[in-house]
Design a protein around this ligand. Structure first.
Ligand code: NAD
Length: 436
């Protein structure tokens, strides 16, 4: 099939590449000229594990091409995916200007029947709005489908190639049949393609993300309470997670959720509720708890230094909002570092992939280390913000030699409490006893 993807970011590029992998002819469109030039030269502009191999293979096979021309994109694809940003607007709602702007342009350029697929995360009713905007510009027949994306950054290729489910929101039989044909190779193991109306599909994505944000936030509150009463959240988590109604996943407490999806999606669903005279009390609490959780280590650090961190030097390990990505959008590390800098601390930072993005944001206010150990030279404490695998089994002796004092504040509970007792560190983590 001939496919166009408008917007070639984390979702669009993975979608385009994986659809090319199953034999489709894919044209990816982006307004960012530099990005398109890079991709035309065979460079993957983001870090996403395993993407490079598929990217290269499909470019070589001439199934994956790139352009800045929307006109070319509209002419090429029988199915046109919109994988455009839907960032948070000032009032918490999803900013639909990219999606509706593209809809208007597509309406002007469309010459024959096309299926427009909304892969961006959008509020209930957006498919209707896209239809309305396009219909004002053209008399040509088209269908708008809602097809929310559930991939996780860091596992995006695997998630796209082997999805647990595919949701298609459409009231058109013709469009649904085309979508089912396109996705058939991805569900050979028997996972479902769930067809529903557009509004339910749009809400499914927000409900899923808000539920996951709620689950992790609930666990963060349990962890905070554990600290007050001397319980161990690791034990509580294991005790709870073995109940199959609860499940083991997404119960790891830490310094809050971040990223380009959960924060904005929870707020957008909350705002959608408000717009329909419905108050999502639970989401109100999730937003507020997570705001506090992002900097939950700060009072602990301040208290350790008698409320004076001025002139102290800290190592920060992990800057991306989660491991296996270079994405720093809404990363808890950013909120932590801003507070530490405001208190007069100096920061030596290290992340395996996110350093260039952090450098663009923080400039020379931070010291950028070449590796995780260099970051710890002559520091007063190590602060861990992201659970990259390489931080899980460090050489503690090397750390002790490097650091002024053996002090670790761990926002991701990377180390075993019993083991840390023998290592000679002051070790403060989330929801567990402090090792002194
Ligand atoms: P992104 O910011 O990484 O990429 C968006 C791309 O669109 C950028 O390359 C940008 O240059 C391009 N763009 C902007 N305006 C354009 C235009 N008019 N024409 C062509 N290209 C244009 O965004 P993303 O993370 O891929 O997210 C896209 C959508 O998918 C959002 O709605 C997001 O909520 C949703 N989503 C994201 C994820 C994720 O993990 N990142 C997962 C599921 C769903």
């Amino acid at each position: 099939m001939k496919i166009s993807v408008i917007g070639t970011g984390y979702v669009g590029l993975v979608t385009g590449t994986c659809l090319a992998e199953t034999g489709n002819e894919v044209l990816c469109i982006d307004i960012n000229e530099e990005k398109v030039k890079q991709m035309q030269e065979g460079i993957v502009p983001i870090y996403e594990p395993h993407l490079d191999v598929l990217f290269e293979r499909n470019i070589k096979a001439q199934r994956l091409k790139f352009s800045t021309s929307l006109e070319e994109g509209i002419e090429h694809g029988d199915i046109i995916f919109l994988a455009l940003p839907t960032p948070e607007d000032e009032d918490g709602s999803a900013d639909l200007s990219y999606v509706l702007g593209a809809a208007k342009d597509i309406g002007k350029l469309i010459r024959e029947y096309k299926v427009i697929v909304d892969k961006s995360t959008v509020p209930v009713g957006t498919a209707d709005k896209v239809t309305e905007v396009m219909a004002k510009e053209t008399n040509v027949d088209f269908d708008v489908v809602s097809n929310p994306e559930f991939l996780r950054e860091g596992f995006a290729v695997d998630d796209f190639l082997k999805p647990e489910r595919i949701v298609i929101g459409s009231s058109s039989e013709r469009a649904t049949a085309l979508m089912q044909k396109l996705y058939k190779p991805f569900v050979r193991s028997g996972n479902p393609i769930i067809v529903m109306d557009e509004k339910s599909a749009e809400l499914t994505k927000y409900a899923a993300n808000s539920f996951l944000a709620t689950k992790i936030t609930f666990m963060n509150e349990i962890a905070n309470f554990c600290e007050k009463v001397g319980a161990d959240v690791d034990m509580v988590r294991r005790g709870m997670g073995t109940d199959s109604r609860i499940g083991k996943r997404f119960l790891f407490p830490g310094i809050g959720y971040g990223g380009s999806c959960f924060p904005k999606d929870v707020k957008a669903l909350h705002k959608s509720g408000k717009d329909s005279d419905y108050t999502f009390d639970i989401l109100n609490s999730v937003i507020s708890v997570n705001n506090t959780q992002k900097t939950i280590l700060i009072p602990k650090i301040e208290s350790y230094y008698n409320n004076d961190i001025n002139g102290k030097t800290f190592a920060v390990w992990g800057l991306a909002f989660k491991p296996e990505t270079d994405d720093i959008r809404e990363a808890p590390s950013i909120y932590m570092m801003e507070k530490l800098l405001a208190g007069g601390a100096k920061l030596n930072v290290f992340d395996p992939e996110a350093m260039p993005n952090i450098k663009r944001k923080f400039g020379d206010t931070l010291n950028y280390a070449n590796n995780m150990y260099d970051a710890t030279k002559d520091v007063d404490a190590l602060i861990i913000c992201t659970e990259w695998s390489i931080f899980r089994t460090p050489d503690f002796n090397k750390l002790k030699k490097n650091m002024n004092r053996p002090v670790i504040f761990d926002g991701r509970n990377l180390y075993d409490i019993q083991e840390m007792k023998g290592e000679g560190f002051y070790y403060n983590s989330i929801g567990r006893v402090t090792v002194k």
